[in-house]
Design a binder for this molecule. Sequence first.
Ligand code: PGA
Length: 234
Amino acid sequence: MKVIKVKDQVEGGKEALKVFKEALDNGVKVFGLATGSTPETTYDELVKSDIDFSNSISVNLDEYVGLKPEDEQSYAYFMKEHLFNAKPFAKSFLPNGMAEDADQECERYDKLLEEYHVGLQLLGIGRNGHIGFNEPGSSFDGKTHKVALTQSTINANSRFFDNEEDVPKYAYSMGIGTIMKSDTILLEAFGKNKAEAVKAMIEGPVTPEVPASVLQNHPDVVVIIDEEAASLLK
Ligand code: PGA
């Protein structure tokens, strides 16, 4: 893992922009994208930049079950607001939170991910070490699946909702096996509440209990962390 330490999240976004530019220069066509607070400054930088994604494809990591794309809490909506409205891609894909049949939806998304091999995958990390919505205990070989979110994740995500009861309890998530097939992975973590997960990811044993620790087995991972997220590293 290549670890880049930055002062804060704003500087992190600027470093991430460099990684995206390099990927485009190297001919990457498919970008795996993430939602949440973490990538916000990265998307701000992409939007401000002269980057052109009109010949690129995007595939997102996850989506809540039960939310329509027009729902302001959906990840489809988040992506439009933060990136796609300003920087449209040739095609953008997310799991369909309103799919009637969960198994069929997972199969559909996996087929799509086979067709569009991810060149650069952007990731955040949960306080419990999750990547995407692959919660502790998830299989390292996993494909797209419907996940029951852990209480820790529901608590963390409740800040985006009026009431904790409104936070969806399930999501579709790309599996760890698929994430690991990406050519390059860019993981970002900012803030004190990520420090323990970051330490476990980088310095701990590779274990399904810390899903992000699997990245130690990937040959091309860039980690961008701020001082607070790095504060527990040796
Ligand atoms: P956050 O979530 O960016 O909102 O902190 C990251 C994650 O849970 O993967």
